[in-house]
Design a protein around this ligand. Sequence first.
Ligand code: NAG
Ligand code: NAG
Ligand code: NAG
Length: 483
Amino acid sequence: MAALFAIAVVVIGLIWAYRFNSALKSTPEAARKIGHRYWATQELRDAYEHTKKNPVDFGKHLPPKLERRYVIVGGSGLVGGDIVLQLLQRGQSPQSIRILDFSPLNRQDMLEKASGCDFVKTNITSVESVEAAFSKPWPSSVAKSPITVFHTAALIRPQERSILLYDRVSGVNRDGAVNVLNAAKKHGADVLIATSSASVSIKPVNFFTWPWQSSPKNYFQICDEKDFFAPIRTHEEFFANYAHSKAEAERAVCAANAPSFRTGCIRPGNAIYGQKTDPVLGTLLNDGEYVSWLPQVIQNYVSSRNVSLAHLDLEAALLSTPINSPPPACSGRPFVVTDKGPPITFWDMAYAAIVLSEKPIKLTHTEPIFIHMVAHIMEFWSLLLARFPFLTTVLGWKETSHPIHILQPATLNVSIHSFVDDSAARKPVAEGGIGYEPCATTLEGFCTQILEFNQEFSGAAGAKNNGGSKIAKVAKEAKGVAA
Ligand SMILES: *[C@@H]1O[C@H](CO)[C@@H](O)[C@H](O)[C@H]1NC(C)=O
Ligand SMILES: *[C@@H]1O[C@H](CO)[C@@H](O)[C@H](O)[C@H]1NC(C)=O
Ligand SMILES: *[C@@H]1O[C@H](CO)[C@@H](O)[C@H](O)[C@H]1NC(C)=O
């Protein structure tokens, strides 16, 4: 009898696990409606060749140069760095640009083009450090111009959801933003634009699925700005601590909007790509490795250069009425922005890298249920150490490090089908938008990035002068296998 009962429990358990795994591998009806089509090998190769011959001209959409000074907080990073480069490209002088960052300039493109800009090492969690960076005198040629502040610095830790660990992100993301806001006001800036995140609007997913459910609840979501116009949600209603801290920062920045001090936020949607350090394509190319576990999940991506462009569009829009007169409708609110559609799947990104990267990409598959199990173990470990600090201080136990640390339940909350609706940002300024217009697609953006990566990769291989041909051979084999 007992044996029969045990067998029944095991069988039901296995059926549930199987159903759970299938639910994760599903594409809900609402997401399927967009009619996604996978990129074909030839299509990728053609787009790549086209991008090589006709590089994307990011300059042609930039709003015109303004007689202003610029403070870019987080200016060494992905979005901040692109803002600096686009400001220079549209003709702002290096003397009129000040970069505030904890890390020195390290991007190759910035070392080449932005070394004439002022750089102040800044710890944004420290009021004194921010104050010192803002009070440093400016060159006399620009000292009288009005000031725009772009605040792009943030700590991106999508993996934690426990309030116990909230201060790991809130110090930089919320308090840091408030410090910058206060200093900007005090030092007479009249425009402040902060980078937020489309994930602010993401609601947690209930991954527990009943046998009759084909997909988890909330497995498909649309990212827009509606949540901003309702009271801020409770901690549990954000996908992770990161999103909650970004929402708090966004509210603080938008609440400060006034006729003499215009503010607004840009929510990039969803993952931002564009540099070796980006968490999606860049990391994949750099690691040369991809573990595929949810190849079917559909999401929008956004090029960091489009995100940067949206910041400049918002600046122009905020200045569309004279300072001290009523601010335009686009002020004091966030706008979500993305690349020109359609959204793509996780697999499309991996496949683009496999087909186009000169560095071979190793591909492995795993079942999503396995990833979910690992994620819960990781979180258990991390919370155990947080609850009992002596385990770390006395026994020397450590948290796992990057990249495995990312693998926690909260991260799974964003591994869902999510479309970005940036129709508000695309409206003209007169209708309350910011006139944002992405002119090309994620396919061209990916090709641009892989092209830049390949140029650097073959440059490095050539410089070392060893095994360039061997690498190319391995790459060709990898491509052959994948095609
Ligand atoms: C940044 O400033 C804060 C507040 O003063 C301080 O606690 C922290 O240690 C500083 N961080 C670094 C890396 O210096
Ligand atoms: C998603 O996030 C919420 C809130 O942080 C959490 O309660 C929920 O358990 C998460 N889902 C998973 C699978 O971790
Ligand atoms: C947006 O990014 C894509 C991909 O990098 C690019 O082709 C397009 O020109 C960008 N849009 C604008 C308006 O610059």
